[in-house]
Design a protein around this ligand. Structure first.
Ligand code: CKU
Length: 600
């Protein structure tokens, strides 16, 4: 699953823009031959979530089948090539037809898929691509939830997670022409010895001679190799460092004699990542994580690819002194990881295994004693696990070469208080290790009730990521002093376990209405957000094994409407339009003062 690039042998044709769009609430499209062409459509932006464009609630909340269509021309010159269509994401599932011919289908809304269309296209003529999609949630889907049918027959999404079920063709769609038997994939593993770096590479490609060149940013050759696997030796290597990244260009050529059959180039950073005792080491040096749990979303676009939002978010993260984020709660656009590579950010890359605790308000119920037996369900142990493994494979295949990716988050807040979770975890964690050539640390985010005495699964994590809301969901407001004591009690219990692993706070936060001031504070005021954060910092700073803090959330974001949300989740340190709340200045002061190797 190489990222599409243009080279002397490769072409891209962007087919984004305004497509035709249509809901199919009765699911009759296939039987009525809609896959050959849609009638009575509305225009729709691709890429974007369809939801927030509409002014009627039925359309925004729409759950069920829906269809997209556009036309494209395939140049005759591409005839001898492998012509494919690449969807960077289709949320949550799609079946693709070209000129009425079934091409492929894909489950899971946040990872790319490609399919060859050579046999279905007409050269130099108009071709029609129709995509049959569906966005319903179930126990088997990543993310998990249910679909309710209202008394009037209309379906609605009931997510077991706290973000709006944005749907549609949310990322770019491109036609790609590559050589028939070209370069398929590559992977890199780095080692550093003094000033020399060694990069072991492995390439999958059609037959021919492989030539590998690492170019520095002046275009000079820094190292060379040949063959499908080997080692590049880079003398005086310039490393990819936290907030100070250096990127080389890796160029792979597949040749037959002097003829270049295929050429693929990509920016790559050289760095090592390792967990040692309670430290997270990048290039052998400890790093304390400062940053955010994010969402990929913005006004109007929903979860749609929005390069302006990506740019602004990185500027804000640099301004505030952050060095990292988690792709909560699903894999983000590849362009975000490319930007993280360029800016030197550390990314915990999460698969969309969220909602594995059956509750539409699990954020509230997590600190209660509620159990739902999610992992005791037979479909979870079969279908969900299959979908989970497939998504993990696609994620690691897609992201394994990014320097910015320092860990895999394999689940967010699963219900770990039942032993039925254990074999499921084992299989998923083993599978991640098997898939990743760099053997990055694996983690999952522990929900509030996954406490040291109740959680059956923390031992699987190489980094313990805690989502904790002491002083918000648990004893908020004037009770915060008791919340602090309970927080300390939990941390002492972890300490006693002597796990000798790094801990990160992967979530903590307090909903705050921007501009709401109250002296003395009340919950939801800017003052309370600061008091709450001050209490968190006191606790974090008291434990040496805490090696990072990623506040929930970077920005306010949209959720399902409900009694706990005011037009979405307001735990942002920035507003949804990316302006700072007061707490942002508090983080800026703290994070700018904390050294990279804090507590090591
Ligand atoms: C956040 C149990 C709490 C989990 N956490 C998940 C995240 O997706 C939510 O948005 C809580 C919150 O703000 O409630």
């Amino acid at each position: 699953m190489l990222y599409p690039v243009v080279s002397r042998t490769r072409r891209i044709f962007d087919i984004c823009g305004i497509w035709k769009f249509k809901f199919d609430p009765e699911g009759k499209g296939l039987s009525e031959n809609w896959h050959s062409g849609l009638k009575d459509t509305v225009p729709m932006v691709v890429p974007a979530s369809f939801n927030d464009f509409f002014t009627d609630k039925y359309s925004r909340e729409y759950t069920g089948d829906f269809w997209y269509e556009t036309d494209f021309i395939v140049p005759e010159e591409w005839k001898g090539k492998n012509v494919a269509v690449r969807f960077d994401a289709a949320t949550h599932r799609a079946e693709v037809y070209v000129n009425g011919v079934f091409i492929t289908k894909h489950e899971g809304g946040f990872l790319p898929f490609t399919a060859n269309i050579n046999d279905a296209v007409k050269w130099n003529e108009k071709n029609k691509i129709v995509v049959h999609m569906n966005n319903e949630l179930s126990y088997e889907t990543l993310p998990a939830g249910t679909t309710k049918v209202l008394k009037n027959g209309v379906k609605m999404s009931k997510p077991f997670f706290d973000f709006f079920n944005y749907s549609g063709l949310q990322r770019p769609v491109r036609l790609i022409a590559t050589p028939k038997e070209g370069i398929c994939s590559y992977s890199l593993v780095h080692r550093i010895d003094g000033s020399t770096a060694f990069t072991d590479y492995e390439i999958k490609a059609g037959s021919g001679d492989l030539e590998v060149t690492l170019l520095d940013d002046d275009g000079n050759t820094a190292a060379e190799g040949s063959g499908a696997s080997g080692t590049l030796e880079i003398k005086n290597a310039k490393l990819w460092e936290v907030l100070n990244p250096y990127l080389y260009t890796l160029r792979i050529r597949l040749k037959s004699g002097a003829e270049i059959i295929d050429e693929y180039s990509e920016a790559v950073g050289i760095r090592t990542i390792e967990v040692k005792g309670t430290d997270i080491l990048v290039n052998g040096k400890p790093v304390y994580l400062k940053g955010f749990g994010k969402h990929e979303e913005s006004a109007l676009y929903g979860r749609g690819y929005n390069p302006a939002a990506i740019k602004r978010d990185f500027e804000l993260m640099k301004w505030i002194g952050a060095n990292s984020f988690r792709t909560a709660h699903y894999p983000y656009s590849e362009e975000i990881l490319q930007m993280a590579d360029r800016e030197g950010f550390l990314v915990i890359d999460e698969v969309a295994a969220v909602g594995f605790f059956e509750s539409i308000m699990n954020f509230l119920e997590a600190s209660s004693k509620k159990t739902t037996g999610f992992f005791t369900r037979s479909e979870v142990q079969t279908k969900t696990k299959e979908n989970h493994k497939a998504a993990l494979k696609e994620l690691i295949e897609r992201d394994k070469n990014h320097a910015c990716v320092i860990a895999w988050s394999l689940m967010n807040e699963p219900e770990t208080t039942n032993e039925a979770a254990v074999p499921y975890f084992k299989e998923i964690f083993d599978y991640a290790a098997e898939l990743d050539p760099q053997k990055r640390p694996r983690t999952f985010a522990l929900i509030m009730n996954s406490t040291p005495d109740k959680c059956f699964c923390y031992q699987f994590a190489d980094i313990i990521c805690l989502n904790r809301y002491y002083g918000w969901y648990h004893m908020g407001g004037y009770e915060i002093t008791d919340a602090k004591e309970d927080f300390i009690a939990e941390m002492n219990a972890w300490k006693e376990k002597n796990l000798n692993k790094p801990f990160i706070f992967s979530e903590f936060g307090a909903d705050t209405m921007p501009g709401l001031h109250k002296l003395p504070s009340v919950m939801w005021s800017e003052e309370y957000q600061r008091e709450y954060l001050k209490m968190q910092f006191d606790v974090f700073d008291a434990y040496d094994f805490v090696k990072g803090e990623q506040v929930w959330n970077f920005a306010d974001f949209q959720t399902t409407e409900g009694i706990m949300r005011v037009d979405g989740n307001k735990k942002g340190i920035f507003t949804r339009d990316r302006q700072p709340k007061e707490a942002a200045y508090m983080f800026k002061e703290r994070w700018e003062a904390l050294p990279r190797e804090y507590k090591s």
